[in-house]
Ligand binder design. Sequence first.
Ligand SMILES: NC(=O)c1ccc[n+]([C@@H]2O[C@H](COP(=O)([O-])OP(=O)(O)OC[C@H]3O[C@@H](n4cnc5c(N)ncnc54)[C@H](O)[C@@H]3O)[C@@H](O)[C@H]2O)c1
Length: 332
Amino acid sequence: MSVLNAAIIGCGHFGQRHAQHITELHEDLRLVACCDVDETRARAFSETYTTGRAAVYSSHQKMFDETPLDVVFICLPPFAHSDEVEQAAAHGVHVLIEKPIALTSEDAWRMVEVAEQAGIKTQVGFMFRFGAAVEELKSQLASGSTGPVGLMSARYFCNALHSPWWRDRSKSGGQLVEQVIHMFDLMRYLMGDPIHVYSRQENLFHRALPDYTVEDVSATVIHFDSGALAVVYATNGAIPNKWINDYRLVAQKLTVEFTDANHATFYHTDGTDVPPTVIASDQNYYLREIQDLLTAIRTGSATRTPIREGAKSLDLVLAASASADSHREVSL
Ligand SMILES: NC(=O)c1ccc[n+]([C@@H]2O[C@H](COP(=O)([O-])OP(=O)(O)OC[C@H]3O[C@@H](n4cnc5c(N)ncnc54)[C@H](O)[C@@H]3O)[C@@H](O)[C@H]2O)c1
């Protein structure tokens, strides 16, 4: 099996995690190029992860033109996306792209179109889909044994100033768009297509900070095509330096309480005396997300989260933000 040539665009915080995993997957992947508008960061990445062997670029166009690649990891802040997916598609390079894939629906669907036309494999960084407890629930839902899903709730609590671009609504899209999108994506994954969304969002705790223009409390209700309902509540004013996201799902014959994507208790509510089942795993969902993309590249299979899924989850959080702006329910 040949080792695939990989590049990273965006050598920042999250690029590091992917670089570590590329190093771990050395039998499958080799980091051959690092690209960042800040060339010193790209150089430092090349030094740290490849002892300087990976080529260093400050222009992704130049990188695609000069370095033969099989797969690119796009780890850019939402505002910084330009034509990376187009360039990858034009060069036949497969893509792992971090969420949110864009700041507007138009940009997102343009990426979907070029990627699908070129036939490249794509994976969006919604790694919670690869949690052991989420996988178990997904397979039970698909088997039909649970009956229909009626309700899901999810909480996303953190308390950090994050980076300057994150605090700027025009650059990140806000907490829902940039961060809580993980919860919305899980809901879509487990519950199907949303049709209406109503959201309220406020900045209550950070008004004195002039550069803090994103919401820090929000509450959102989603109505799905199946009739099921979901609630997402989020804040950036909870426990400092703790990132908590947990969720509950109620189906007709099963209630699941997650503490995270790898840990959940499954309560069987069909009237039988089956004791609750506990799923507790330490499986690395970031690594599995990459491995799923590699399998798709090698075998031609579909990835779990192709870029179309990234556009659909983006549309849902953008609709929530539009609802918060207008104080009205928004239809999808
Ligand atoms: N899947 C997850 O759980 C998860 C977690 C954290 C971040 N992320 C996502 O990863 C992305 C990046 O976040 P981060 O925390 O790494 O940000 P960051 O600010 O730490 O790093 C971004 C890097 O991109 C570089 N950059 C900016 N514009 C560029 C351009 N046009 N070309 C090349 N490089 C450019 C910056 O110089 C910086 O080095 C975001 O979309 C974020 O949502 C995902």
